[in-house]
Design a protein. Structure first.
Length: 122
């Protein structure tokens, strides 16, 4: 499977689609083919976690998901992050005192409710 990314444009305040001028390279760097330079300071690169919710939404780093731990009924909102030391995806709770949870523990019934750039959906 090829790596998959999305990028938040800090200047335009929106996500961009890869074009013939701007590309996200396989190493995650944003490259401007017109000028031949790297545009890393302008963009926040968010890798795909490999998780797709039951409604077909792809989950990326920085997304907020609402889910119950192991499918439980008590729902919490987690921000998805990557731990470089342990090489794993996890959810960091943003609205409760719960501990961080591995992505595998909170994937059941998960719904994407926003992301770190655009905020939470109502």
């Amino acid at each position: 499977m090829l790596p998959k990314f999305r990028a938040w444009d800090k200047q335009q305040q929106c996500y961009f689609e890869a074009t013939h001028r701007l590309m996200i390279r396989l190493d995650g760097e944003v490259y401007n083919s017109e000028y031949g330079d790297i545009q890393t300071d302008r963009f926040i690169i968010e890798p795909f976690t490999g998780l797709v919710t039951e409604d077909g939404t792809e989950v990326y780093s920085g997304d907020y998901i609402k889910s119950g731990h192991r499918g439980g009924t008590v729902k919490s909102i987690y921000q998805i992050e990557y731990d470089k030391i342990y090489a794993c995806w996890y959810g960091s709770p943003i609205e409760s005192s719960k501990h961080c949870q591995p992505l595998g523990e909170i994937r059941f019934g998960a719904v994407v409710v926003g992301n770190m750039n655009e905020g939470k959906k109502a």
